[in-house]
Design a protein around this ligand. Sequence first.
Ligand code: NAD
Length: 499
Amino acid sequence: MTRRRITHWIGGKPWDGVAERTGDVFDPATGEVAGRVDFASASEVDDAVAAAKRAFPAWRDASHARRGRVLFAFRELLNARASEVAEVITAEHGKVLSDAAGEVQRGLEVVEFACGVPALVKGGFTENASTRVDVYSIEQPLGVVGVISPFNFPAMVPLWFAPIAIACGNTVVLKPSEKDPSAANLLAELWAEAGLPDGVFNVVHGDKVAVDRVLEHPDVRAVSFVGSTPIARYVYETGTRHGKRVQALGGAKNHMVVLPDADLDLAADAAVSAGFGSAGERCMAISVVVAVDPVGDDLVERIRRRMPDVRVGDGRRAGCEMGPLVTGAHRDRVVSYLDAGVRAGASLVVDGREHPVDGDAGGFWLGPTLFDHVTPEMPVYTDEIFGPVLSVVRVSSYDEALRLVNANPYGNGTAIFTNDGGAARRYQNEVEVGMVGVNVPIPVPVAYYSFGGWKASLFGDAHAYGPDGVRFFTRTKAVTSRWLDPSHGGVNLGFPQNS
Ligand code: NAD
């Protein structure tokens, strides 16, 4: 079979060099190597940054009207070709087509938000701050910005950042995950077709070598990163050490607290959907259900009963709800937690290895798994497994549930299931997590809010997209201005005071 070559996109066209290193790109539903992706060396990253730097002065000076027309055209193209983007995602990531279409839709919402950026970068103006002195602020782009994205949302995460960065007048170098690189190239083609000038959006593929060069490059002003916590911390520390503005979103362990008064069918539906959707490979997946006494037995039984109905299989086949894991190595790592959970004393209620699969035998399959009686020191609890493994921890009270969630080093998302508005309100106030759902298991904020966790789930101070995204990709200049009038005059060495 012919293997696709996937290469960089620099200065408005595919790179035509020869890569020193490449990586395999799998079709996770068959296990076959479907493509080979070029890995950028430092000099290829330098070429991309140089292209972005060259494009910056003209793009910075392009009017909002001009930039807006490109963004609207990109929005139309992405909308028209959303199913094509979804197919590319499914082919390399494995998530089912409907899930991939949902990812594109959430990315599209950020593009739509970015179309309104002019209204958010107006700055302020104060007439007569001092007598005949006006003060105003200007929001300006930073220059070349780097975006480094994870495998689990190959289109949505780049779309969290690039449209806003571009709308604000920056130019972009994207380094997507090497596991599913093709969606980024399709986005680059759509930007070009939308009329974005060459060099404003570039893609370099690769691994740590490319990331390190982006982090060290003197012409890269800011870096937006999404991935696992150890790499997020590394990217934050390295990028800031090199004088860059950095936002680095990390991993997660998201708890869903179920209070005794909750609707248990709703809670069980939510736990299965949010635990096993996208095979648990979502940073907002629910991986821990916290059952507050006395709901444990009943809730576990309701979750267990639903699990055989989850259709696991090739994401391109109609009716499949959960696809394979992204690589064989990742599947094996997730499977190792099944044994680790049993060894640590958790009850294996449903073993995902026994789940039927509607797909090729070579695919990276693992069905949904449920552990009960998990305790906080077990590896299935402490580690981000990033697979279809749901753990139930039983606690005796709301207070114990809250203590458990707040003691966890991660703080990305959480949900509370209850019919008690007072309890929900208390939880949203007391929980130390960046995104909270009340009877909503995956509370990904809409595009005009911002997305981000707390604690080890985010390094830096700006969340992704929404108002924080605009702030991240602009810097403020304050101007104090006085136009001469006939009464001016006189030297004054004192510190300027307002009169
Ligand atoms: P990852 O950290 O392995 O990789 C992310 C990016 O970093 C990729 O582009 C990769 O090439 C690069 N990278 C990997 N190792 C590196 C190294 N040693 N040095 C420099 N760069 C390196 O993450 P992943 O496996 O692609 O994605 C899954 C992780 O991302 C999970 O932990 C998940 O929770 C997290 N995630 C978080 C969010 C969020 O919003 N907080 C969203 C999506 C995914």
